[in-house]
Design a protein around this ligand. Structure first.
Ligand SMILES: [Zn+2]
Length: 329
């Protein structure tokens, strides 16, 4: 009996696994995104500081999820490793330095009629860790929320294959220097050098006014129509803004997250994110404190934006930017 029972449970497990790997999981997109958000922002991820054990734990979860969704690794596995130097005392740049190893995760979803360009969808999974007093900075909004949104977009494209090849990137080392995105832009996977558009998600889970910003249309006016169409279908307020050059850096988010290095390389981008709020870079940026119905709407909207961008990728790539030569900050 024991033996048969084992066989039966193995068969059941195989069935369960099979049903998890395809699009027909029976779990809605929103429910899955909430699960991913909760797991990535849990205390045992220890704030996901680049180079830390908690960061590695988050990465292991993401590798499992990418495999389950069916995204193909771009390199020999999903990992794109790199190192950088960091001051041992973040308040003193002249203090002794240490070498930190960081890891982007990169996967590919094949297009049905791939053309000249690929589209990159990205979100950073690192955050700022734990402070001297042991407070965990869970980073639910920043940026477990965008990372879970990234998985939702990957799953949507596996279900409805894109026209163009899509590259999915979970960036490491965004906090403190956009290092993962910079490394990726300078070390593009072979065969995917020509990037027609980049969609970045960073902070999708907290708004008391239901406002999500699509940043980048000032630079790339070709995207205005796309954003307006997505706004028309959205259950939340999808707004444009925060991208015109300004004397006050808080009013211009053009270089403030992982889309920045892409823009600096002349690649059209949209960045989806919320305004700063009371939990931003605080230990209170937890799953429990998020506005979860807004988040579900933000994830659906991000998926819609990605599908629309795929449908018009050639037009986006061909359109001029307002400033022909973007300047790296
Ligand atoms: Zn962030």
């Amino acid at each position: 009996m024991q033996h048969h029972y084992r066989l039966l449970s193995l068969a059941f497990l195989a069935l369960a696994l099979a049903s998890c790997s395809g699009p027909d999981t029976g779990v809605s997109r929103e429910t899955q995104a909430l699960t991913d958000l909760r797991v990535l922002a849990a205390d045992d991820m220890q704030g996901r500081l680049v180079g830390s054990e908690g960061n590695a734990r988050a990465r292991a979860y993401l590798i499992d999820r990418l495999g389950e969704i069916g995204v193909t690794p771009v390199f020999e596995n999903y990992e794109q490793r790199f190192t950088f130097q960091r001051s041992l005392d973040f308040r003193d740049p002249d203090a002794p330095r240490e070498t930190v190893e960081a890891v982007n995760l990169v996967g590919r979803i094949a297009g049905t009629r791939p053309g000249e360009h690929v589209m990159v969808i990205g979100a950073h999974y690192d955050h700022v860790g734990v402070d001297e007093d042991g407070n965990v900075f869970n980073g639910a909004d920043d940026n477990a929320s965008g990372t879970a949104g990234l998985l939702a977009i990957a799953a949507a494209f596996m279900e409805n294959p894109p026209v163009n090849d899509v590259i999915i990137v979970a960036f490491d080392a965004e906090e403190g220097g956009l290092r993962g995105a910079r490394h990726f832009v300078e070390n593009r996977p072979e065969g995917y050098e020509s990037i027609g558009f980049m969609l970045n998600m960073d902070m999708l889970a907290y708004s008391e006014t239901d406002d999500l910003y699509a940043v980048g249309t000032w630079h790339y006016p070709v995207l205005l129509e796309l954003v307006s169409a997505a706004a028309g279908e959205s259950s939340i307020n999808l707004r444009t803004g925060y991208d015109e050059p300004s004397d006050d850096p808080r009013n211009d988010w053009t270089m403030l997250s992982d889309h920045g290095p892409f823009h600096a390389a002349g690649i059209a981008f949209l960045y989806l994110g919320v305004e700063d709020h009371e939990h931003y870079h605080q230990p209170s940026d937890t799953y429990e404190n998020m506005t979860l119905s807004f988040y579900a709407g933000a994830v659906d909207t991000a998926v819609d934006v990605a599908l629309r961008a795929d449908a018009m990728l050639d037009a986006i790539a061909a359109a001029p930017s307002r400033q022909p030569e973007p300047v790296e900050k």
